[in-house]
Ligand binder design. Structure first.
Ligand code: ZN
Length: 448
């Protein structure tokens, strides 16, 4: 063998050795990194934990964050959990930590708009918050994806959500997920009411209010939020339109007057006037029933009110007024709590807190004499079971409710995109998505 051959061989060997060493170092570093994080994630699963400082004698001294209290998963309102999943990551229950569909969509968006849309799942957001910096580099994105998959391997979806709510939502300085979900719902509702009023114009709203006996309301955009003044009697009377399925009833102070010999000398007749069509009144009635069955008036059930009832809470700025107006098939009652000269009743004195208990107590007693009957749906309505979260056609496992549609209403046809459903429904939804996309393409072609 010649010397030059030996040299060539050793050069090749050296290259192999160097490449091998680099590979081994990379593998060891990856293993160490993975192992360290796997251990950290494993510990996360055994309680959300906190950093505890120990004194010289080895006894626990104080916690890093005394203020932090983790909210157990069961105590977070279901509607809030569902809402966060719907907004942040609606395929949460179906992806393994990273969502290829969301990633692809974000990549396309970023290419087209030169942006930095994330496409991050709830699990990725949690991985980033727990373990990574906020720098937007490719390396960090890859580590985030790896950590997200590891989180999914070591923790259940439920544990991931619990950590997510406590670490991400609570770190925003809002004390308690519950507080926040009440805040979101109130905001999330007010905006919708104002938008609807803007689309319809104030005129029809004022006209309907007048028809219902609520007069002298201001012609302003915040009318839908209740910026006008109203008396308890007028407001309570206005709610009679729902259990009567469309009739306004003028309140009477007296029903009849009899003289000493028992003869009627005066009789005050019920004045009724149809204001709403039956199907419209019934749709409103079911919405107001939802307020009591799973909305802001739900405490009425805890106070012992039974049967078919509906109603609405009301609160004003700085808790100056607390309202609850509600009805059964037999009675309409309104409660207003406040001071003669407007002043704050107390911190957190919402309608649900101060007026609803009084209303519930009254309704519970009245029910002994006038038991509530179920409300029957009038003709001309079609009932449809829907997913309570997506308001789409339900799949296996969707929490459902019954929605009533009158002629001309849009009845949802697409299947729930949030819940998993059975394998068959999965396929059905995929086909529906494909057909929808195809029909959009053909429609766009036809438009051209
Ligand atoms: Zn659903």
């Amino acid at each position: 063998m010649r010397l030059s051959d030996l040299r060539a061989l050793s050069r090749r060997n050296w290259l192999t050795v160097v490449a091998g060493a680099v590979a081994i170092v990379a593998i060891v570093m990856t293993l160490v990194w993975t192992g360290r994080h796997a251990w950290a994630i494993h510990k996360l699963g055994r309680g959300v934990g906190d950093t505890v400082f120990y004194d010289a004698a080895g006894r626990p001294w104080f916690r890093l964050d005394e203020q932090r209290r983790d909210v157990p998963f069961e105590q977070v309102a279901t509607a809030f959990k569902d809402a966060v999943i719907a907004i942040e990551d609606h395929r949460f229950y179906r992806h393994p930590g990273i969502d290829p569909i969301a990633l692809a969509r974000a990549a396309v968006h970023n290419l087209e708009n030169d942006g930095t849309q994330g496409g991050s799942t709830i699990t990725q957001q949690l991985a980033r918050t727990l373990f990574l910096s906020n720098a937007r580099t490719f390396g960090r994105k890859a580590r985030e994806a790896a950590l997200a998959v590891m989180l999914e391997v070591f923790l259940s979806k439920r544990e991931i959500l619990e950590l997510y709510f406590n670490r991400i939502y609570l770190s925003g300085g809002i004390y308690g997920v519950e507080t926040m979900s009440q805040k979101m719902l109130r905001e999330s509702n007010n905006a919708a009411a104002v938008l609807l009023q803007q689309q319809m114009g104030t005129g029809p709203v004022l006209r309907l209010a007048r028809d219902l006996g609520v007069r002298d309301q201001p012609d302003v955009p915040s009318l839908a939020l209740g910026s006008g003044l109203v008396t308890p009697l007028d407001l309570t009377a206005a709610y009679a339109v729902f259990p009567t399925l469309g009739y306004r009833v003028r309140p009477r102070g007296l029903v009849s007057v009899r003289n000493a010999s028992g003869e009627h000398v005066a009789q005050v007749h019920v004045e009724r006037e149809r204001i709403l069509a039956e199907p419209v009144a019934y749709q409103m009635l079911t919405m107001l029933q939802d307020v009591v069955d799973r909305g802001t008036g739900a405490a009425a059930r805890r106070y012992g009110v039974r049967g078919a009832i509906g109603g609405k809470t009301g609160s004003t700025n700085a808790y100056r007024d607390g309202w609850f107006v509600g009805f059964s098939s037999a009675v309409v009652a309104g409660v207003w709590v406040g001071f003669d000269q407007p002043a704050t009743i107390g911190n957190g004195a919402s309608g649900a807190r101060v007026a609803l208990p009084i209303w519930s107590d009254f309704m519970r007693r009245v029910a002994r004499q006038l038991p509530p009957q179920p409300f029957a749906a009038p003709d001309g309505l079609q009932s449809q079971e829907l997913c309570r979260l997506s308001y789409a056609r339900p799949l296996d496992g969707c929490p459902t409710y019954i929605e009533h549609f009158k002629e001309g209403d849009d009845i949802p046809s697409r299947l729930c995109p949030i819940h998993a459903g059975s394998l068959k429904e999965h396929a059905q939804r995929a086909i529906q998505g494909l057909l929808g996309a195809l029909s959009r393409i053909f429609r766009d072609q036809a438009d051209l």
